[in-house]
Write a protein that binds this ligand. Sequence first.
Ligand code: ATP
Ligand code: MG
Ligand code: MG
Length: 550
Amino acid sequence: SEERSLNFIEEIVEEDIAEGKHGGRVLTRFPPEPNGYLHIGHAKSICLNFGLAKKYNGKTNLRFDDTNPTKEETEYVDSIKEDVKWLGFDWAEELYASDYFDKLYDLAVTLIKKGLAYVDDSTAEEIAAQKGTPTEPGTPNQYRSRSVEENLQLFADMKAGKYQDGDKVLRAKIDLASPNMLLRDPLMYRIKHAHHHRTGDAWCIYPMYDFAHGQSDAIEEITHSICTLEFVSHRPLYDLFIEELEIFPSKQYEFARLNMTYTVMSKRKLMQLVAENHVEGWDDPRMSTISGLRRRGYTAASIREFCDRIGVAKRENMIDFSLLEFCIREDLNKTAWRRMAVLDPIKLIITNYPEGQTETLHGENNPEVEGGDGGRDIPFSNELWIEREDFMEEPPKKFFRLGVGLMVRLKNAYIVKCEDFKKDADGNVTEIYCTYIPESKSGHDTSGINVKGTIHWVSVPHAKTAEVRLYDRLFKVEDPSSEEGDFKEYLNPESLHILPNVYIEPDLANAEQGKGYQFIRKGYFTLDKLSTADKLVFNRTVTLKDGWAV
Ligand code: ATP
Ligand code: MG
Ligand code: MG
C-alpha cells in the first residue's frame, strides 16, 4: 500500500533502535486469552504487532494468556492459530503463560521475601471495602503486617491445596493511599480448584493478569508490549513489578482499541450470540469474528488493508463498517472472476432465435486484469432467465433496460429488442418476448446500434441452481453496546435473507471454496463452507456499491 507517515508506536520503536536499546532488537507478542474466537479488533492488534516486527526485522511471539482455567479451551487455541496464520502471519514461538506457572510462583516468592507481598484472609468484599475510594485512602488490615516467614508458609500452603477457593489471596504490598486504585495492594494470586486446559490439576492457585502479563513479557524478553488503552492505569504496576523483580525491562505501550459500527467487539458478547443461537456459530458470516468474515468471503488482504487504513490511534473512536466493505470491494474487484446469476428470475424468449439451438459464447474472467484473466464458455439459447427488475411494463424515460420497444445488450451476447410480454390472471408479468440482432454479437458487433444498458442472464436449459444467502447488518443501531437495555434487543431480525433457488451459469458449478466471484451487477459472492456438489450455497460477501438493503 501507499506511503504513510509513521504511527506513534513506530516512532517509539525507531527511537529505541536509534539509541541501540536491546541491541536494536524488536520482539513483540500477540497475547490472546483462549476463551473465544478472534474478532476484527484482534486483527488490528495482530497486524500491529506482526507488522512492527516485519518492518523492523524483528519477531513476534504468539502467547496464549491462559491464566484463567475456567474459561479456556483447546478449541479456542486451535481457532486462534488458524486465524493468525490465515491473516498471513508467522509467529516466532508458540508460548503459553501457563508454561511459566513455576517461574511466576518463584517470582511471587521473591516479592514475599522482599516484604512486598502478603497473604490476605479477607473476603473479596472486605478487600474492596478496605481499598477506600478515589478520594479516600484505603485502610490496612491485620494481615498486611504478617511476617515474611508466615507469608512464605501460607503461600506454600495455598499452592499445596490446603485451602478452599476464596479463603486466601496473595496481594502486593504497595500503597493503600495511592491515587491509582490499582496500586492499592493489588491481588497477585487467587485460589481456584479448577482443571486447566494445559496444566490439568497441577495447580490450584492462579496468577492474576497484572502478575502474569508483564512477567511473561519479561521472561520472553519482549521489547515492546502493545496493548489497548484500558491498560494505561496498569502501566505503573507493570513497571513496578519488573523493577522490584529485576527482570528484563519490557515496556508497555497503549493504543486505542478498534470499535466498529453495527457490531459488537467483545468475546463475551459474541459468545452470548452463539450460546443463545442468535447466529449459527462463531463463524456465522454475520459475525465480526475473523472466521465469520472469512466464511462471508472477506480476504486476508482486505482485512490487513483495513487495519492499515484505520491507523494506530491514541484515543477511542468508532470506525464505520463501510470502510471494511470498501476494502473488500477494492480487493475483489481486482481478483474476483465475473459470472452471471439471476436472483429474481423472469423468462425472456427470443422469438427469432431457433428453438432448441445452443451457441457457446465466451466471457472473460476479469476485465480489471490484463488479458481478462482467462475466460469461460457461456451457453446461449432462445430462452433466458433475466432479473425481474430489468423489465418494466411502463418504463419511465431514461430506463435503459427492457420495456416494449426498448433495446438492451445481453452481457457477452447480443442486443435484444423487447416486442411484447405476457401476464397471468393476477396481472403478474410471466414472460417477455424479444427479437435479437444477429450482427450485434459481443466482440463482433457490426450492427452499428448503440444501447445504454447491459443486463446479465442465464440460459434456461443450461442453468444450474444454487441457494444464495444475502446478509445485512447484524444490529439495527450503530453502537448496540451503548444503547439502553441488553445489546441483543438491537439485533436486526432481517440480517439473513435466503434465496433458495437462484439460477446460475453452468461454470459456477466449478466454483472453489475460498475464492471470490462477482455475480455481475449483484455483488461479490463466495461458496459457503456447507456447500456441496449437490447443493451449492453462496454467501454474498458485499454488494457492489455502498448502501444497505434496509
Ligand atoms: P475481548 O474483550 O473481546 O475478550 P480481550 O482484550 O479481552 O478482548 P484478548 O484475548 O485478551 O481479548 O486480546 C488479545 C489482544 O488483542 C490484546 O492485546 C488486546 O489488547 C487486543 N485486542 C482485543 N480487542 C481489541 C480491539 N477491539 N482492538 C484492538 N485490539 C484488541
Ligand atoms: Mg485480555
Ligand atoms: Mg476479554
